[in-house]
Write a protein of this length. Structure first.
Length: 200
């Protein structure tokens, strides 16, 4: 397997388009896109936070990174994928999109918006060989989202609320992403990876 890294500020629309063009120039085409980035806007309100704790600027910057840049990347690649009769687009959402989460309304709304975009694009381009799906991970160890190394007691408390009884792994998320990249019959679906924590 060959891996190459390309850098861009995905909060910048121009850089996002240029990133796509650089990748396309290097490899000739883009067949699959896993849009796996995001920010929490520097705010973590918790379940008892207040709307006043999120500024309009916090809200805008979170949506810019989490919603607008996936939209721009999708626009860059989906028509060309459709013209070839093959493409895979996967958004990394969050269980917060399904539950409201604890980070805040800026984050949960930015991720739930991906689901509407995913469903529209999936329905529009299905007959042209393009599938569009999302994964919604929660409580995944080793991602930096949960700092269990510094606070091992937090890990124990979290695991008690997960029916499977442990945190998820990055490899388990990757397994689902790989399934969605290789399966041509799954589209317009959001896969929750949460150990049974959320009942949809």
């Amino acid at each position: 397997m060959q891996v190459e890294a390309f850098q861009a500020d995905l909060c910048d629309e121009k850089q996002t388009v240029e990133l796509y063009e650089r990748v396309k120039k290097r490899f000739g085409r883009v067949d699959c896109v896993f849009i796996n980035h995001g920010i929490n806007g520097g705010k973590h309100l918790g379940p008892l936070g207040d709307m006043d704790d999120v500024s309009v600027e916090d809200f805008k910057s979170t949506w810019q990174a989490n919603t607008l840049s996936p939209f721009v990347l999708t626009k860059c690649c989906i028509k060309e994928m459709a013209s070839r009769g093959y493409g895979r687009i996967i958004y990394c959402s969050s269980v917060a999109a399904l539950t409201g989460g604890v980070i805040g309304p800026h984050y949960s709304s930015s991720k739930s918006a991906l689901h509407g975009m995913m469903r529209w694009a999936a329905n529009r381009y299905a007959k042209e060989g393009v599938t569009v799906n999302a994964v919604a991970p929660a409580l995944i160890d080793g991602t930096g989202m949960i700092n269990t190394d510094e606070k091992p007691e937090m890990k124990d408390a979290l695991q008690k609320n997960i029916p499977i009884g442990r945190l998820g792994t990055v490899e388990e998320v990757a397994d689902v992403v790989l399934l969605l990249l290789t399966n041509s019959y799954i589209t317009s679906k959001c896969w929750s990876l949460d150990g049974g924590w959320v009942h949809q």
